[in-house]
Design a protein around this ligand. Structure first.
Ligand code: ADP
Ligand code: ASP
Ligand code: MG
Length: 417
């Protein structure tokens, strides 16, 4: 008998039939004698419509109240699921984030989990209950206020619970069959990876592959949680996210990711003096805005240009802050551009291969796609390009690095069911 944490995403619980389908899947595992903790997202579209409702009242809703509102999405899905589970004879008990004692800091909208007090969950499991926890939410340990963990945060709830409960595995059930070489909804030829390392997955998630929330991957790596990403709608094996030294085949490039959620800010004619970059970026970081790619041009006549990207959601605020600083440091102009995307290739095998960057640049050049910014790390290369070329770039890179599937996946996989 194993303790398993399962998480089902929004599409998986998107309507009543799907909620019943999930309850049947859970029952099959419970009937095998396993102890289960189930984490659910809000039904598909619910979080977005709650955000839209708040937006009808205010362009900048109070963050505390927004979190109170958004957590109702998961409150609905866990209650409905428990009803469905009980109809099937499972003694299910729902817990909201505060009841499951998922203790966070006070950063509404993007709270971090500090601690999970598992006593209540253990008590329920010991009584033979099926424990069903609302994803994406926690409670500020100092004030008791309700918090949310950021979009896609139910993955993080699941991994945090798996770590705290020392679960055998954390199964992330979603609408695709695992982690693919790129978004299968953009490139139908994308291939499912049997295994992916924490490090690669961390890069993929941070570079836009939303199949796993980045914080969930960081937590899994920190606590060594084995994560199995798989489909709600088939029984096929998915992708195991595991330590690098357990990976059988270290691919040079294992994935292509894209991100359309960044915007670029260019500060022209910046005096090339010590302290200028710090003056520009300090107010941005103080506002909690995460800067991604940064480029500083070589200076001519003591003047340079600084270009960087920020999340689109923080773009307006970042632009305002930069405009204020630009005046005080005597920069010539500030320009913004939201029409960009970042495409990236990721692979642990890159550590031992040269020529990967050249191949990426050549591939984009062949498609006549101009590279506006470049950023590299040991296991990834990212290029900022014009947004309208995103899909073209993803497919071309996927092809160029030989990632497309060779066989019909259905035929290959059936034998493993
Ligand atoms: P859930 O609601 O179950 O949490 P998400 O929508 O957050 O699901 O994540 C699943 C989606 O991630 C897929 O539908 C797919 O479009 C997208 N995705 C992006 N990159 C990848 C990738 N490399 N592998 C698998 N899915 C990916
Ligand atoms: N419901 C939340 C969202 O849509 C959390 C999640 O689905 O993981 O972002
Ligand atoms: Mg998700």
């Amino acid at each position: 008998m194993a303790l398993i944490v399962q998480k089902y995403g929004g599409t998986s619980v998107g309507d009543i039939e799907r909620i019943k389908n999930v309850a049947r899947k859970v029952k099959a595992r419970v009937d095998q004698g396993h102890q289960l903790v189930v984490v659910l997202s809000a039904m598909a579209g619910v979080t977005n419509s709650l955000i839209a409702l708040a937006g009808e009242i205010s362009s900048d809703p109070d963050p505390r109240e927004l979190d109170v509102l958004l957590t109702t999405g998961e409150q609905q899905s866990v209650a409905l699921f428990c009803m469905a589970a009980r109809e099937m004879g499972m003694p299910a008990r729902s817990l909201m984030g505060f009841q499951a004692a998922i203790l966070t800091d006070r950063m509404f909208g993007r709270a971090r989990i500090n601690f999970v007090e598992t006593r209540r969950i253990h008590e329920l499991l010991d009584k033979g209950r099926l424990v069903v926890v609302a994803g994406f939410q926690g409670v500020d340990e100092d004030t008791g206020d309700i918090t949310t963990l950021g979009r896609g945060g139910s993955d993080t709830t699941a991994v945090a619970l798996a770590a705290a409960l020392r679960a055998e595995v954390c199964e992330i059930y979603t609408d695709v069959e695992g982690v693919f070489t790129t978004d299968p909804n953009v490139e139908p030829k994308a291939r499912k990876l049997a295994q992916v390392s924490y490090e690669e997955m961390l890069e993929m998630a941070s570079l836009g592959a939303k199949v796993l929330d980045i914080r969930s991957v960081a937590l899994a790596a920190k606590f060594g949680v084995r994560v199995h990403v798989r489909s709600t709608f088939t029984d096929r094996e998915g992708t195991m996210v595991i330590p690098e030294d357990h990976i059988d085949e270290k691919l040079m490039v294992s994935g292509v990711a894209y991100n359309k959620n960044e915007a670029r800010i260019k500060v022209r004619g910046v005096p090339d003096q010590p302290g200028v970059a710090s003056k520009l970026f300090t107010p941005i970081s103080q506002a909690g805005i995460v800067v991604d790619v940064i480029i500083q041009n070589t200076s001519a006549d003591g003047i340079t240009d600084l270009t960087f990207t920020v999340p689109k959601t923080d773009y307006k605020r970042a632009l305002e802050l930069v405009q204020q600083v630009a005046q005080t440091i005597g920069a010539r102009a500030v320009r913004g551009d939201t029409d960009i995307a970042k495409v990236s290739i990721i692979g642990i095998g890159m550590r031992n291969h040269s020529g990967v960057a050249t191949k990426m640049f050549e591939t984009l050049a062949r498609e006549n796609i101009n590279i506006q910014m470049i950023n590299t790390s040991e296991i990834k290369i990212s290029c900022v390009i014009e947004e309208k070329y995103t899909e073209l770039a993803v497919r071309a890179l996927h092809e160029a690095f030989g990632l497309a599937q060779q066989n019909e996946p259905e035929a290959e996989e059936v034998s493993r069911v």
